[in-house]
Design a protein around this ligand. Structure first.
Ligand code: PLP
Length: 381
């Protein structure tokens, strides 16, 4: 059976070119990058080259790149790091943030900090009015994701930047999903901090970065030997960092072409889905070209997902990172989508390997599975 992977917002396959630059760092004796002998110096040089590759891809300065174990750690780092510097302050985030921004903020509300939420509208967009509704004054951090992992909606980051400047707070965007799918420029976004993850861009899992400008003074999350400018102690994951650097270089080279190709697939897919009666969430909003979040009324998302999986199509229901959670998507509920419809939510996220044939064969299979499910529902009723 042909297998088609449509879940690139969850994770991507490592690029062969990425793997080939990593292998020497996995196979041969490596020095600790803090060691002064030639092995250590070799490792240090390779890490600094990777830092430059990451910085170049997002138009940041290499000194602004702090390597972490991934997006989750980078998000926890900025939330805790900004909060600890400003006890009893308020942390502001949107109500559609990834759990690795939302949960650390919620945890801090039990330890003396406050939280205020920016509410999205029905399309999943944070409007200027949402910022105006924030009442707190002593704000340490404002965090708004650049693109949502479920709907693919892209937020207006200049609103975040203006608001944070006015409140003298650190501005942060989680760009884990945006990076590699749209042009992301740290210098132009006018924000203080940004999160990236390697495994969403055909790099290895378990590595990412917090991009942090010089002005932002945060407390480390992990203390120890002082690596990563004292912000993230621990011996560096050398091979993973090298792979992340290479993945950044490759994704920048192919960005224009890959986003054009995924936009074509998205347009075809959505036209067919609508003919079949699907609701496309955030259809009218500015969205990533690779992401389609949809539902069929009266059809449980997880049932359809299982049926499609048996036919070789890998898609997601709700948020991939919390697929153990059976609750309807918090993003859709925040948008005011009816709970029953939200339970039907399915996400397709295209990647570099997907073709128009994948889309047409998916639609054919979907038609058959929908028919079967509708017949079963009719019998049960
Ligand atoms: N932020 C967003 C928007 C994500 O979608 C994810 C993962 O799906 C993360 C953060 C977490 O990144 P990582 O898997 O590198 O910890």
């Amino acid at each position: 059976m042909q297998k088609v992977y449509f879940d690139h917002n969850a994770t991507t396959a490592i690029d062969k070119k990425v793997l080939s630059v990593m292998m020497p760092f996995l196979e041969a004796q490596q020095g600790n990058p803090t060691s002064q002998h030639s092995f250590g110096r070799h490792a240090r040089t390779a890490i600094e080259e990777a830092r430059e590759q990451v910085a170049l891809a997002i138009h940041a300065h290499p000194t602004e790149v702090v390597f972490t174990s991934g997006g989750t750690e980078a998000n926890n780092m900025i939330v805790h790091g900004a909060a600890i510097k400003n006890p009893q302050s308020t942390l502001v985030r949107s109500n559609i943030e990834h759990p690795c921004v939302a949960r650390p903020m919620e945890a801090l509300t039990h330890q003396g900090w406050y939280q205020e939420l920016l509410k999205v509208n029905h399309d999943g967009v944070i409007t200027k009015e949402a910022y105006q509704s924030i009442t707190a004054d002593n704000i340490s951090l404002v965090s708004v994701m650049l693109a949502n992992n479920e709907t693919g909606v892209i937020q207006e980051i200049s609103d975040l930047s203006d608001f944070a400047k006015e409140k003298k707070a650190i501005s942060h965007t989680d760009a884990v999903q945006a990076f590699g799918k749209m042009d992301v420029r740290f210098d132009e976004l006018q924000i203080d901090a940004m999160t990236l993850s390697s495994h969403k861009i055909y790099g290895p899992q378990g590595v990412g970065a917090l991009i942090l400008n010089k002005r932002s003074d945060i407390e480390p999350l992990i203390y120890g030997g002082g690596q990563e400018k004292n912000l993230r102690s621990g011996t560096e994951n050398i091979a993973a960092i090298i792979g992340f650097g290479k993945a950044c270089e490759l994704i920048s080279e192919s960005l224009k072409e890959s986003s054009m190709r995924s936009r074509e697939l998205q347009t075809t897919l959505e036209a067919h889905l609508k003919t079949l009666g699907a609701v496309i969430f955030s259809e009218k909003a500015k969205r990533l070209s690779n992401t389609t979040f949809f539902a069929f009324k009266d059809i449980e998302g997880s049932t359809l997902l299982t049926a499609l999986d048996k036919q070789g199509f890998a898609i997601a229901s709700g948020s991939a990172c919390s697929s153990v959670n059976k609750e309807p998507s918090h993003v859709l509920l925040a948008m005011g989508i009816d709970e029953d419809l939200a339970r039907g939510a399915l996400r397709i996220s295209f990647g570099n390997q997907n073709t128009i044939n994948d889309v047409t064969s998916f639609i054919e299979t979907l038609k058959k599975e929908l028919q079967t499910l509708k017949q079963l529902t009719a019998i049960a009723a």
